[in-house]
Design a protein around this ligand. Sequence first.
Ligand SMILES: Cc1cc2nc3c(=O)[nH]c(=O)nc-3n(C[C@H](O)[C@H](O)[C@H](O)COP(=O)(O)OP(=O)(O)OC[C@H]3O[C@@H](n4cnc5c(N)ncnc54)[C@H](O)[C@@H]3O)c2cc1C
Ligand code: SF4
Length: 340
Amino acid sequence: MNRFAWATPRTISEAAAAATTLVADAMSSDPTGPGVVTVLKAGGIDLLDLMKETLLMPATLVNLQQIPGLDSIHPGEGGALHLGSMVTLATLASHPLVRQRYPALADAVSRSASPQIRNVATLGGNLLQRPRCWYFRAKEHHCLRKGGDHCFAIPGENQYHAIFDNSPCAIVHPSTAATVLVALNATVELIDAKGTVRRPLLVDFFGPPDQDIMRENNLKPHEILTAVLLPAVPASVRMAHLKQGEKDSIDWPLADVAVLLDLTPDKMCKSATVILGAAAPVPHRAEAAEAALIGKHIDEDIARQAGRAALNGATPLSHNAYKLPLFETLVHRAILAAAG
Ligand SMILES: Cc1cc2nc3c(=O)[nH]c(=O)nc-3n(C[C@H](O)[C@H](O)[C@H](O)COP(=O)(O)OP(=O)(O)OC[C@H]3O[C@@H](n4cnc5c(N)ncnc54)[C@H](O)[C@@H]3O)c2cc1C
Ligand code: SF4
């Protein structure tokens, strides 16, 4: 790891003014160039990983941990819930309002990574962590996402890669929380050094490779992700998140699914949201599965049909077709779990 300076701003505008460089830009330029790269650090789990591999060699880290107010969870307007970007995954998973109103989010986060990592990793850093593709994470592979001229995964070892929208880059989005947050129609709050605020939907903040192959989102230099805003959910909405990994903990999912169902008391489905994680470069909406549920009484058969429909349009690669039955089963089970 290179030597670096440490900045501890006390306000959002100081931090935003100091943060000259996006990690995505620093990784796609020459990392051994002049020491002008200044990046934001939250918990540091992903950032230090990249630095230890010398994929990223910043001159200065801007530590967000001393800025008051970014680590709170509190009710917002109209029954919404405000999640500060510096809230740790552990706090998020155990918070009573999150557990009560958004149990699928609490479940997804409580099964992410390990207890030690959840105590340090933050919500903002989790949404902005870089992809896990092993070619991307290896210095010797200068792939498309780092400014190179081809993808090593599509013709190579692609067992952990995408089964939807997997060309020209086949990453899966690495954030488990994002699967549920997209299902919940969450908004992110971003503030720049001049105090300008933008609040895009999380789904629009993320960007697929055909929009910009070197970035996973449209964060701008000098911008801080300050909060995630969750809209109120009607009492008739039930939700579930299920994850399947190679092992039970300390690993990203091979597949994960978030389901939200708006049900009548006799389990007639008024509306449905089905989002697949670890399936595509951004959390993937399974529209055919949603259509298979709307207007139906939720039972075993309908849940199975929706599980099959969730795979409409899948284009598995040479080593990841095993994900198809995995997603089919997870969607089926998540629908039944949500419906109770
Ligand atoms: C063994 C292991 C298993 C894991 N399993 C999972 C899993 O199952 N699911 C999952 O989702 N994740 C998993 N992770 C990833 C882990 O959760 C993330 O690395 C972590 O959440 C990143 O958060 P952080 O606060 O440490 O971010 P940092 O590493 O500090 O930052 C990450 C990125 O976000 C930027 N950034 C951070 N905060 C802000 C902000 N507020 N505004 C603007 N930019 C910001 C930084 O500049 C950096 O680019 C795992 C990690 C490990 C090591
Ligand atoms: S999948 Fe994307 S990140 Fe991985 S090697 Fe291909 S271009 Fe690079």
